[in-house]
Design a protein around this ligand. Structure first.
Ligand SMILES: NC(=O)c1ccc[n+]([C@@H]2O[C@H](COP(=O)([O-])OP(=O)(O)OC[C@H]3O[C@@H](n4cnc5c(N)ncnc54)[C@H](O)[C@@H]3O)[C@@H](O)[C@H]2O)c1
Length: 323
């Protein structure tokens, strides 16, 4: 049994509409390229760029058996006070990194920063605003060397069928706002944090750090009504390889994670009965994902220098049905 999604309803976060759940937090889901800059032959290999930018600079962080240590790094986490973001903040903080919690939720973010101590700082940040993200990136420099950015913000979603049952086309505004937050906001962080990371000293492998973005399995199998969210999340998937290629010469990796249904606090608000209904459609483990599992994957991505240009599903083999 499924429940119809009210047209035009604003939703938050990500809930599959498969199964008997009564709640409809919908899973919030080109072709042209002109390279303006002349290609620099020295930019064709990360090692070459590393050597070039590294002349006179020492590698500033250690590798353990090829693994990039987080201990001497600063990690900027957008949505760092949210369900998935907080788990990342805690995980990288436990690994010894300093962390910028870039969010808009003052109370939760300040509490988290206070709990984690002086190596964690909340910087009120709107990912859709250029100056705001630039300030967060600058603040990272006060804590040390920015090596990594994890894009894990979220917020709202707008549920519309392309053409409603009344025959009217979906409003454009909801689509553009959703794309602005989830896709343009991700790109804004990618470019500004990417430039800052590119300015740091590389390690002996020409590596400087990584940007991890959060997509969704809705990028691949968006449900009815999720067109805006699915488009935005598919855009994140699409950016991943291009960005990895663009940033390869400066030794910055780009990887995305596409979670299925994760048990974040906002999800828990739907109640145990609804959560159990969602879990029925997740093959194995037959439960929602844990934020800690997302954070563990993100940590591994940051630490493993050979992961690049890929979007990794984290979903217990879940595949969204049409509704
Ligand atoms: N939870 C899931 O099941 C799930 C599944 C797939 C993908 N995702 C994606 O993961 C991301 C995080 O999801 P979540 O469940 O942790 O969400 P959440 O709502 O718990 O956290 C999102 C955080 O982002 C912050 N935020 C909102 N607008 C912002 C802005 N303009 N600038 C900076 N921060 C802003 C919010 O204050 C909040 O703290 C989202 O992109 C979501 O689409 C979540």
């Amino acid at each position: 049994m499924t429940q119809k999604l009210p047209e035009g309803r604003e939703t938050v976060g990500e809930t599959p509409r498969t199964g008997p759940g009564k709640i409809h937090r919908t899973a919030l889901r080109g072709r042209f390229a002109q390279v303006e800059e002349p290609a620099d032959p020295a930019d064709t290999q990360p090692g070459a760029a590393g050597a070039r930018a590294g002349s006179g600079q020492e590698a500033t962080y250690e590798k353990r058996d090829g693994i990039m240590e987080l201990a001497d790094s600063v990690v900027l986490v957008t949505g760092g006070a949210g369900g998935l973001g907080e788990a990342v903040v805690r995980t990288v903080s436990e690994a010894g990194a300093a962390v910028i919690i870039a969010d808009l939720a003052d109370e939760r973010a300040e509490k988290l920063a206070a709990e984690l101590g002086p190596r964690a700082r909340y910087v009120r940040t709107d990912v859709t605003d250029e100056a705001s993200v630039a300030r967060a990136v600058e603040a990272a420099g006060d804590l040390g060397v920015l090596r990594h950015a994890v894009v894990a913000h979220g917020g709202f979603g707008v549920a519309h069928r392309v053409v409603g049952k009344d025959g009217k086309p979906a409003p454009l505004d909801g689509f553009t706002r959703t794309v602005d937050l989830y896709l343009t906001g991700s790109y804004n962080v990618l470019r500004l944090a990417g430039a800052a990371i590119a300015g740091s000293a590389p390690d002996e492998d020409g590596q400087r750090g990584a940007v991890v973005m959060t997509s969704s399995i809705a990028a691949y199998e968006g449900q009815i009504g999720q067109i805006a969210y699915a488009a935005a999340k598919a855009g994140v998937v699409g950016m991943t390889l291009v960005a990895a290629r663009d940033l390869g010469p400066v030794g910055v990796r780009v990887v995305s994670v596409a979670p299925g249904t994760m048990r974040t606090p906002i999800m828990e608000s739907v109640g145990e009965k609804a959560l159990a209904a969602f879990a029925v459609n997740i093959p194995n483990p037959r439960r929602l994902g844990r934020p800690q599992e997302f954070a563990a994957l993100v940590r591994h991505i940051l630490e493993n220098p050979y992961l690049n240009g890929e979007t990794i599903r984290l979903d217990g083999a879940q595949r969204f049905a049409p509704k």
